[in-house]
Design a protein around this ligand. Sequence first.
Ligand SMILES: [Zn+2]
Length: 366
Amino acid sequence: MKRFHFLLAAAALAFAACNAPKASDESANPADKVLVRDFFPDVANNIPVTKVERAKFTVIDMHSHDYVESPEQIAEWVKVMDAVGVEHTAIMHCSWIGRPFEEVVEAYAPYKDRFRFWCCFDYTGIDSEEWPAQGIAALERCKALGATGIGELGDKGEGDTYARPADGKGIHIDDPRVKPLIEKAGELKMPISIHIAEPIWMYLPMDETNDGLPNAACWHVDTTDCYGYWKLMETFENAVRENPGTLFIACHYLNMTHDWQRLGALLDKYPNMYVDISARVAESAHTPRATREFLIKYQDRVLFGTDNGMEAPMYQGIFRVLETSDEHFYVPEYNYHWALSGFNLPDEVLKKIYHDNAERILTEYK
Ligand SMILES: [Zn+2]
């Protein structure tokens, strides 16, 4: 027995001697020269790499923005949508510092079957006597211009700062002043798409214990003078609970991909809540089995969205994650050092997430 221990110790020493840098020459360790933010290794494994050119089923993209600057770019975008299998794209007008809503609708008019438009809550005059009539009138006007829904509202702690044209600073979604608008949205059958908080890593200490550090450091949220993560989640839950006649779509999985149980519990509790998967590939594909389980369990409550431009590889990267069982690949554009793996979702689930759930909201909810 003693001899066995001795051999183990000797083996361990031999291993250490081969691998550790010499104490006298610490800088010789190449790992010391690599910054965590630059860590995007090539995958050495001989494993399947699937190129998904086109989505397996027709797609409705429920989360995009007005990225174009010319009619030619819209035509180009439609070509890409045709090639990758996107039937139509929701253009979220809020959060986008660009042209007014009516100009956006007009710009896309030649392709009006391929785009739908979501407008903002207009908080102009929120503290005046004309409120809420004024806000409701703005909403009705936007509906008359063809808006499908409202969004993307966005509260990262300081209020709905995505709002246009008025500044929504200090106005959170459960603010009593907003309730008449939320109720009106329900009456007009306009879903509300809302971005709440940021992924949890952006609130954690910015040090070696933060699992999402490279990206989190870029998007770090300073909560000194504003609502923190859980306070924001509370505002969202209040709004969803108090307005059962209005449908809420929590963008980016409600920024709760670190806790599928908790997100699932909210979906269980509130039938008027959906999530979109936009712009959270890395945050979901580094835990492929847990995410897959969530997506299968809540297959009727999840909507496809992109939120990341209009290039074909962007769409194809998301399709790869949803459709294949490829594993351990990196997407440097997402600015995470995590290796990603595909979910290999069953066809019936894919079909719902890609298309049927959105179609149901856009038709039956009407
Ligand atoms: Zn967005």
